[in-house]
Design a binder for this molecule. Structure first.
Ligand code: DX5
Ligand code: ZN
Length: 217
């Protein structure tokens, strides 16, 4: 089954609780939570207090995307405040395996992510070590960008690498996903779809429901 993970980065923060309830009711399975530190990416988003505060608002799977340098420093805290999946960037650490092990030590699912210019070959050692691979379809750091077409090949390459090893690891895509191109990324091999603007600009519940329908839910 394909999964929709609405990114709250594009939400109306003065109505965050309602916006989350809307996508929850529409049937979105995950909630994508973008943490940016102003170092790994140029922008700063939000951190622990926000996650802690929305944890009691929903039972959705918290899909936390860490765009932070040296993520191992904060894994324990993100695990303890209610993250279910913690995804970090391959480019942000010298020792991805140590980060994966730390995430697993708290009983959480681990994801590893690559930016559009990072070759998929860097993922090879971790294919059977993580629960999810995030192929960024834009440069991380901001919502509302356009999908970079060459990233479609990366999705295909990762799916081929997984198939070759008989692995059914999730492939997540993030950035510039819309009702118009979501089918294309699924056909390329992705099965966990992040959407920020496409969900939260306009009626979030309706947009999520429409996307879920295209995803086959
Ligand atoms: C970008 C973030 C995304 C962002 C996606 O760095 O990782 O999750 O919220 O937003 P859209 O779907 O608007 O491109
Ligand atoms: Zn993200």
């Amino acid at each position: 089954m394909n999964i929709l993970s609405p990114s709250i980065l594009a939400a109306d923060f003065k109505n965050l609780g309602h916006q989350i309830a809307d996508v929850d009711k529409a049937g979105a399975q995950y909630l994508h939570i973008d943490v940016m530190d102003g170092v790994f990416v140029p922008s700063i988003s939000f951190g622990m207090p926000v996650i802690e505060s929305i944890r009691s608002a929903t039972d959705m799977v918290f899909d936390v995307h860490l765009m932070i340098t040296d993520p191992i420093r904060y894994i324990e805290e993100f695990a303890k405040i209610g993250s279910d999946i913690i995804t970090f960037h391959q480019e942000a650490t010298d020792d991805p395996q140590a980060v994966i092990d730390k995430i697993h030590s708290f009983g959480k699912r681990a994801g590893i992510s690559i930016k559009p210019d990072t070759p998929v070959s860097v993922l090879a050692p971790y294919l059977d070590k993580v629960e999810m691979i995030l192929v960024m379809t834009v440069e991380p750091g901001f919502g509302g960008q356009k999908l970079i077409p060459k990233t479609l090949d990366k999705i295909r390459e990762v799916r081929a690498m997984l198939n070759e090893k008989n692995l059914s690891t999730d492939i997540q895509v993030d950035g510039g996903i819309s009702k118009d191109n979501v089918k294309t990324v699924i056909d390329a091999g992705a099965n966990v779809i992040v959407a920020g603007s496409a969900v939260f600009k306009g009626n979030a519940g309706d947009n999520a429901a429409e996307l879920l329908k295209i995803l086959g839910n």
